[in-house]
Design a protein around this ligand. Structure first.
Ligand code: NDP
Length: 445
């Protein structure tokens, strides 16, 4: 089947799966040129095989809350592709989780992991369970029930989960503990583990730091640096906070952060002390970003995203999918925005992506810009296999190298002319070619 026919076919087979169809359409739209250069891909129906996940596991997760009530959630693991390495991808716990969202994330993860230069296939999992408002004991019981069902599908060379929205060090710790008990093995089957039991230094920081390293590379193509730039960040979770930390270190001004209830705007930029407060607020007290505005008086906009609040030099959406739409993109461009680097997965809608590309600003899709997280997960797997721990400097050095490699791959496949690199085309084509070559070599499976 031709790439365009695959899209039509997927639409009729999975009509309600909007996020999955959106992600596939974006990739197929940008690989058509290279795909047509290899007639053997069509003969082996490669594109259709690559768009459909290898398997999807879905299961009920029953657990008991603090009031003794039995609660039921759905759990999923989408194992998309293991063509270039074991299945690898995070676990998301959020009320909005459904099969379409996890299929899109697993699909994207496959290409992202291919870009990292490490041997990792693509997967994603999760549940419609929300840790927000739950006690530690409830979260622990839920994590144990989730892994009691999933553990047989996992393993250090089979499928290696990690964190994502709603899954941080606490949840990974509980899930790893249960996995260890069920499998009776101490292996590197989860990444993002605590430092005392096999976690890698710099893993918590990696997605945010990696995004800033990628952004620096993009700016350098136009002779620019981060010094003094006004940056709008959405989210205040793992990715957003470490993005902010690295930006402050490099002299940029972080002027917004948000959560699902609203956005703070700090026109002069957050100080290090203020950012430390946000770390504490979010990680220790699991509070709301509105509390920042009570502690450090500043403007707080309930139920509002950052993008239209002021003019920014750079936008780094780091919360969730489809959080920046066409009208947000127009507002950013009107305000003189020169770069958008995505910490979240697919945060920009197709209309927003088109607006950024048409305007020829520096625009990095999540699968390139946020690949630092899974890259250091890959390094955690390598350390676990060696039963060694590398220093923070060593991991950070490798992270920088990988982000620079990813930038070079985007440039190789996405350079349009002397002035412009289309990072969407570059990232999709580089990721696709690697997985496609591996699939061709391994036969029809
Ligand atoms: P966290 O759970 O640590 O933080 C998520 C943040 O986004 C929170 O501030 C949360 O607010 C906000 N948020 C979540 N859902 C929504 C929503 N529907 N609308 C508005 N705000 C929302 O997650 P991460 O920081 O780990 O992940 C953020 C993004 O980065 C996701 O897209 C994830 O897939 C992507 N990513 C994460 C990686 C990682 O290493 N963690 C690696 C690569 C990508 P609230 O607290 O109110 O829910």
């Amino acid at each position: 089947m031709k790439a365009s026919e695959v899209m039509a076919d997927l639409r009729s087979r999975f009509p309600g799966e909007t996020e999955y169809l959106q992600a596939v359409e974006e990739v197929l739209g940008s690989i058509e040129e290279v795909y047509n250069e290899y007639p053997e891909f069509e003969k082996y129906n490669l594109v259709e095989r690559l768009c459909l996940p290898d398997r999807i596991l879905s299961f009920r997760v029953s657990w008991v809350d603090d009031q003794g009530r039995v609660r039921n959630n759905m759990g999923y693991r989408v194992q998309h592709s293991n063509a270039i390495g074991p299945y690898k991808g995070g676990i998301r716990f959020h009320a909005s989780v459904n099969q379409s969202i996890l299929k899109f994330l697993a699909f994207e993860q496959t290409f992202k992991n291919a870009l990292t230069t490490l041997a990792m296939g693509g997967a994603k999992g999760g549940s419609d369970f929300s840790p927000r408002g739950k006690s530690d004991m409830e979260v622990m019981r839920f994590c144990q029930a989730f892994v009691a069902e999933l553990w047989r599908q996992l393993g250090p060379d089979t499928d290696v989960p990690a964190g994502d929205i709603g899954v941080g060090a606490r949840e990974v710790g509980y899930m790893f503990g249960m996995y260890k008990k069920m499998s009776r093995e101490f292996t590197g089957t989860f990444t993002g583990k605590g430092l005392d039991f096999g976690g890698s230094l710099i893993r918590p920081e990696a997605t945010g730091y990696g995004n800033v390293y990628f952004l620096e590379q993009m700016l350098a193509t136009r002779g620019l640096t981060l010094e003094g730039k006004r940056v709008a960040i959405s989210g205040s979770g793992n990715v957003a906070t470490y993005t902010a930390k690295k930006l402050l270190e490099l002299g940029a001004k972080v002027v917004t952060m948000s959560d699902s209830n609203g956005t703070i705007y700090v026109p002069d930029g957050l100080t290090t002390e203020q950012l430390d407060y946000i770390f504490e607020l979010k990680n220790l007290y699991r509070g709301r970003i509105s509390e920042f505005a009570e502690h450090y008086p500043c403007e707080y906009y309930p139920n509002t995203r950052p993008w239209k609040l002021a003019s920014f030099d750079i936008a780094m959406p780091s919360a969730t999918q489809n959080e920046l739409d066409g009208s947000d993109a127009e507002a950013l461009l009107a305000g003189g925005c020169i770069a958008v680097s995505e910490g979240a997965n697919m945060p920009s809608t197709p209309e927003a992506v088109k607006a950024f590309i048409d305007a020829c600003i520096l625009y990095a899709p999540g699968k390139a810009a946020n690949a630092g997280g899974v890259s250091v997960s890959g390094l955690e797997m390598a350390q676990n296999a060696q039963k060694l721990s590398w220093t923070a400097e060593e991991v950070d050095r490798q992270l920088r190298r990988i982000m620079s490699d990813i930038h070079a791959q985007c440039e190789r496949y996405g350079r349009v002319d002397d002035e412009y690199i289309n990072y969407v085309k570059g990232a999709n084509t580089a990721g696709f070619m690697k997985v496609a070559r591996a699939m061709m070599a391994q036969g029809i499976l």
